[in-house]
Design a binder for this molecule. Structure first.
Ligand code: ADP
Ligand code: MG
Length: 393
């Protein structure tokens, strides 16, 4: 859908013209999975698909929410902003306005607004349609509510923090900062090497001559539920406690692989041991992958992606049959440099590096193998690495 068509849809919905248009992207994490809550760094990039928001002020002191992706619309008085029941989609939008006001006492909604959203991130695929929606809303309404942060980098980090807090308070999902950060700080043809604990980050150029980033959607109904997620979080904490008896640490990410060999026997719980081994290995792999990319060693980068999947499958146990079927089929295709699950796990997507001339074979072979093993049809997207949130008009 073009922005012209979105503008037309706005006029049809509200009987007048949109005044401003904003865009924020979804994201894919290239490597660095399940390390963020243990002080490790992640390596996501923003995608060229995401969420658009069109707005116009109104004189009625109400917020009207419509989405081209959702049948429900909502109307909420500006003096009655609070979480809405039944997982209403407007929570991702309303929540940002509320969090902006809580974080910036000077910020205020002066009048009502008509809002129209459109998104083209595949829904629930772990490419963060929710973060795109939050960050686009935070961008628009920091401006409307009079928040001024002159430094662009700091402003974008603040948009990510607003989005994350909205997700915690209005959606009840205790997510880390990666998704909103990538959506806010994304840069065309760059990935973001981000420490989720300190929020220090670096844009690293992704120069892939003749190679594409291909995202494959399992379309599996499974996802990493909060129970399984929280289990992983506490198993890692247990490992930290047990290691701390011989070497005091706050996070597993502080350990080099050499340190690990010295302290691993302090972990008596076999599950916690495996989980910690993944985290320590993944932190090292992610650092090595960033260095490889900087040196232009894409083949090595791909090998590290594959090793990441194996560790998430065998030690962290968050892949499941669908993601394994996709990755294992991809590894057999000549011209695939690496392939791994991305996101929380169990369902969602894989991310692969594929040579241009192998893309068609990749799609047909992986698609067929996947359907044979799971009975499900996969979807393929050749990703373009895009910019972070922006005002378009
Ligand atoms: P994801 O992995 O895509 O972020 P989530 O479950 O976290 O999946 O977020 C999906 C939810 O975000 C949807 O159920 C809906 O409530 C909201 N959402 C995302 N995009 C849109 C949109 N374009 N219009 C309305 N709601 C949206
Ligand atoms: Mg989400």
């Amino acid at each position: 859908m073009t922005t012209q068509e979105m503008k037309k849809a706005f006029e049809e919905a509200y009987g007048r013209k949109a005044e401003k248009i904003y865009f924020a992207p979804g994201r894919v994490n290239l490597i660095g999975e399940h390390v963020d809550y243990q002080g490790g760094s992640v390596f996501p990039c923003a995608l060229s698909f995401g969420a658009w928001l069109l707005i116009a002020p109104n004189a009625e002191r109400v917020l009207r929410f419509k989405s081209l992706n959702m049948p429900q619309s909502y109307e909420i008085p500006i003096d009655a902003i609070a979480p809405q029941p039944d997982r209403a989609w407007c929570n991702y939008s309303l929540g940002c306005m509320d969090i902006i006001a809580r974080r910036h006492p000077e910020a205020k909604l002066q009048n009502g607004y008509d809002l129209l959203y459109y998104g083209n991130v595949p829904a629930g695929a772990g490419l963060s349609s929710s973060a795109a929606m939050e960050v686009v809303t935070a961008r628009a309404f920091t401006e409307e509510m009079g928040v001024v942060i002159a430094d662009d980098k700091k402003y974008r980090t603040e948009l990510a923090l607003i989005g994350q807090e909205c997700e915690h308070v209005y959606a009840g999902v205790m997510c880390g900062i990666m998704d909103q950060f990538a959506s806010a700080q994304g840069k065309k043809d760059h990935a973001i090497y981000l420490n989720c604990d300190t929020l220090e980050f670096e844009h690293v150029p992704v120069k892939l001559d003749g190679i594409k980033v291909v995202i494959t959607n399992t379309h599996s109904p499974h996802h990493l539920d909060s129970g399984a997620y929280n289990d992983r979080v506490s198993q890692c904490k247990l490992a930290v406690e047990q290691i701390s008896k011989v070497k005091p640490i706050k996070f597993l990410a502080e350990l080099t692989e050499e340190d690990w060999r010295e302290v691993e026997s302090a972990i008596t719980d076999p599950i916690a041991h495996k989980r910690a081994r993944h985290v320590v290995g993944e932190v090292a792999r992610t650092a090595a992958a960033v260095e490889a990319l900087k040196r232009g060693e894409i083949a090595y980068f791909g090998e590290l992606m594959t090793a990441s999947h194996v560790s998430l499958r065998d030690d962290f146990e968050v892949t499941g049959p669908e993601l394994d079927a996709l990755a294992e089929a991809a590894w057999q295709v000549e011209g695939v440099l690496g392939s791994r699950m991305t996101g929380g796990g169990f369902g969602g997507c894989t991310v692969s590096l594929v040579r241009d001339e192998a893309i068609e074979t990749f799609k047909s072979f992986v698609g067929a193998e996947y359907e044979k093993k799971t009975g499900l049809k996969a979807d393929f997207y050749v990703a373009e690495i895009g910019d972070g949130v922006m005002r378009l008009e």
